[in-house]
Write a protein that binds this ligand. Structure first.
Ligand SMILES: Cc1cc2nc3c(=O)[nH]c(=O)nc-3n(C[C@H](O)[C@H](O)[C@H](O)COP(=O)(O)OP(=O)(O)OC[C@H]3O[C@@H](n4cnc5c(N)ncnc54)[C@H](O)[C@@H]3O)c2cc1C
Length: 400
């Protein structure tokens, strides 16, 4: 197989480079996806609108829903480039773009597609979603969710609590997992997915500051929230199946973005090492520094191949299961190693706040360092992903 990019992909890369150079302020804080959002919502929305205007935001969607029918391979190149340049806004609507939209195309009604897909594709505030899966007693053990939805004539009434809900304070819509049948023989059988308007009476969003003081997460309470039955996604009690697909979409998107962010960090670190003297010689002559950067460069190439292979398999109509988990583990681990290597090379400067005059690489290493533990938990911890690989790649019995 020939892995070189074609003319169209190379042209896209070039267009994105020009866009980034024209639109991004030189001192823009450059952070990883997990850490990088929600700093300046207005700026991020203005950028996501511009990405939408260029037909990039949801490029692989059909034209009638706001995309341009690009291949998933092209979209993968786009995701890598956007992350490389640290363009904010592409991930503001990450839930909507990466999994809600694709799931609605697979399982939604035509009415839902016509209403929600163009909103997501617009890059506007009303197209921002959050994802309501985790609860105080349901994280890895996702099937344990207790938030309930009970049918009441033309509506469902939702009661319960979600936690760690990224961007709920920005979102107009929630992709919500609830229990519709508490008496199902198995826990995962009584779950459904709903689209909930975050402006509905009875929805309360409380901020949770993460361990470095940023408002990324929230807890969300649902108190007798009325949701129209037309907002049920697919069939009642079949939500588990949709959720597995949704998580596979989410995990797929991690490798391209991690690759893009880390590639830039690696290139910048190499340049920094070449320009910075330590004990009378450039850091780049230190064998340890060279070896660590080379190690990262090797594994980044592997991650890139994994990202393209997964996208390619999807374009062939296959449904990759363990590959999304493999890519997620690899991406998370590389982000950890890249952040630690960056901190070792920058030394004390890596701890400087991105806005400080002492910050290097626009805060990219600090962002990676603070963000990697969260990235490794979101969308499934390494233990859960390895368990999936054991089951679906190695044929081991289900572990839980
Ligand atoms: C940055 C970030 C963003 C997030 N955004 C969202 C969001 O938008 N919406 C949302 O719903 N949730 C979100 N989450 C929550 C996330 O999905 C959960 O934190 C994750 O699923 C783990 O669940 P938990 O925190 O309850 O930990 P637990 O499930 O309690 O796990 C604790 C530890 O036990 C291990 N463990 C658990 N079960 C097993 C098992 N069966 N075998 C082996 N080891 C096991 C885990 O690997 C982990 O190390 C986010 C989390 C982070 C960090």
């Amino acid at each position: 197989m020939d892995f070189r990019l074609g003319e169209e992909e190379l042209a896209l890369k070039e267009e994105i480079r020009k866009f980034a150079e024209a639109e991004l302020p030189p001192d823009l804080v450059r952070n990883t996806v997990i850490d990088g959002e929600f700093r300046d919502f207005e700026f991020e929305i203005s950028m996501s609108r511009k990405l939408a205007e260029r037909g990039w935001l949801v490029m692989s969607w059909p034209e009638k829903y706001g995309g341009r029918g690009a291949s998933l391979l092209e979209q993968t190149v786009y995701e890598m480039e956007i992350a490389y340049w640290g363009i904010p806004g592409a991930w503001m609507g990450i839930s909507g773009i990466q999994w809600v939209g694709p799931c609605l195309m697979m399982f939604g009604t035509e009415e839902q597609r016509e209403k929600f897909l163009p909103l997501i594709a617009s890059g506007e505030k009303d197209g921002v979603w959050c994802t309501g899966y985790s609860e105080p007693n349901a994280g890895s053990d996702f099937a344990n969710i207790r938030t309930r939805a009970i049918r009441d004539r033309g509506d469902y009434i939702v009661n319960g609590q979600k936690v760690w809900t990224s961007a709920a304070h920005r979102a107009r819509w929630c992709w919500l997992a609830v229990r519709t049948n508490p008496n199902a023989a198995k826990k995962h059988q009584g779950i459904s997915i709903f689209i909930v308007d975050m402006k509905s009476p009875g929805v309360t969003v409380n901020p949770i500051l993460n361990y470095y003081g940023r408002h990324h997460f929230n807890e969300v309470f649902f108190d007798n929230v009325r949701v129209p039955a037309s907002n049920l996604v697919g069939e009642e009690n079949k939500g588990w199946y949709y959720l597995m697909q949704s998580l596979a979409f989410e995990r797929r998107s991690i490798a391209p973005t991690t690759y893009g962010s880390l590639k830039r960090i690696l290139e910048d670190l190499a340049q920094y090492a070449a320009q910075t003297e330590y004990e009378g010689q450039p850091l780049s002559k230190n064998p340890l520094v060279r070896a660590k950067l080379a190690d990262l460069a090797i594994d980044l190439e592997v991650l890139k191949m994994f990202a393209f292979q997964l996208a390619w398999r999807i374009t062939q109509g296959q449904i990759p299961v363990y590959e999304s988990s493999r890519n997620k583990i690899m991406g998370d681990d590389l982000m950890r190693r890249g952040a630690i290597t960056g901190a070792e090379i920058l030394g004390i400067y890596s701890q400087a706040d991105p806005d400080s005059e002492w910050a290097k690489l626009n805060g990219a290493v600090q962002g990676a360092y603070l963000g990697f533990p969260g990235q490794a938990i979101a969308a499934g911890t390494a233990e859960i992903e390895k368990s999936i690989i054991g089951q679906f790649r190695l044929g081991l019995p289900k572990s839980y």
